[in-house]
Design a protein around this ligand. Structure first.
Ligand code: SF4
Ligand code: FES
Length: 237
């Protein structure tokens, strides 16, 4: 059979046009990721899914699977690189895990546990960011945004609204809301929109149901992300 490749020695079949990520996930092989969601066109921005293919680093979410490729996913070198990326993400925002409503249901936190990133290494930036609580049903805490663009893609491609965008570059990059005031209340956003349900961290949160499930009993408190997958798949639990 030619439509197959190996990940860390395990044989993985793929369909023509499928990415390494999608083929791996379909075969039950977890490749850490944050900006990937199979419902949307891949974006390739977080770089967490970087694997070695025939010795070269590539992002698994944007690289098509190819016959007989040798993919390395869980090596010491790759895991070290992933921990570095995660540490940078944690210091670039204000992630207060112990007090965060999303703790235990947060993909950033869960991937960090999976990659054995248990403590920060770099000095925190402590950026000054706002919270937008103007909308009646949804709150946005910009402190936790990791710029994955999932809400941007969902709003543009599914909701047909373009409520969200990323503005600025590099360390200045930040999420903005498309409305006359810049507030969510004055945008076309609705809490039933797809964009309201895709955030992998605690940046876009529903109001009126805080701390529904006690900490310790939440999705990633019960099982590793490598077994249960993306938080968006379990949104209604
Ligand atoms: S608000 Fe959430 S979904 Fe949107 S870019 Fe930030 S982290 Fe991603
Ligand atoms: S999941 Fe591939 S770059 Fe983010």
């Amino acid at each position: 059979m030619s439509n197959q490749f190996t990940i860390d020695g395990l044989v993985v079949p793929f369909k023509e046009g499928e990415s390494i990520m999608d083929a791996a996930l379909a075969a039950g092989v977890y490749i850490p990721h944050l900006c990937h969601n199979p419902e949307f066109y891949p974006h390739g921005s977080c770089r967490l899914c970087t694997v070695n293919v025939n010795g070269r680093p590539v992002t698994a979410c944007t690289t098509p699977a190819s016959a007989n490729a040798k993919v390395e996913n869980e090596t010491h070198e790759i895991n070290t690189r992933r921990r570095l990326l995660l540490k940078m993400l944690f210091v670039e925002g204000n992630h207060v895990c112990p007090a965060c409503e999303k703790s235990g249901n947060c993909q950033l936190q869960a991937v960090a546990y999976h990659c054995s990133m248990l403590a920060p290494e770099f000095t925190h930036f402590y950026p000054r960011r706002q919270i937008d609580a103007s909308h009646t049903e949804t709150v946005i805490d910009f402190n936790r945004c990791i710029l994955c663009e999932l809400c941007v893609r969902a709003s543009r491609d599914v909701d047909d609204k373009n409520v969200f965008a990323i503005s600025g570059r590099g360390i200045e990059a930040h999420l903005v809301i498309n409305s006359p005031s810049g507030k969510l209340r004055d945008s076309a956003f609705h809490s039933d929109d797809k964009a309201a349900h895709v955030c992998p961290v605690g940046a876009i949160l529903p109001k009126h149901k805080g701390y529904d499930v006690p900490i310790g009993e939440r999705l990633y408190d019960r099982e590793s992300i490598s077994l249960v997958g993306d938080v968006a798949q379990h949104e209604e639990e």
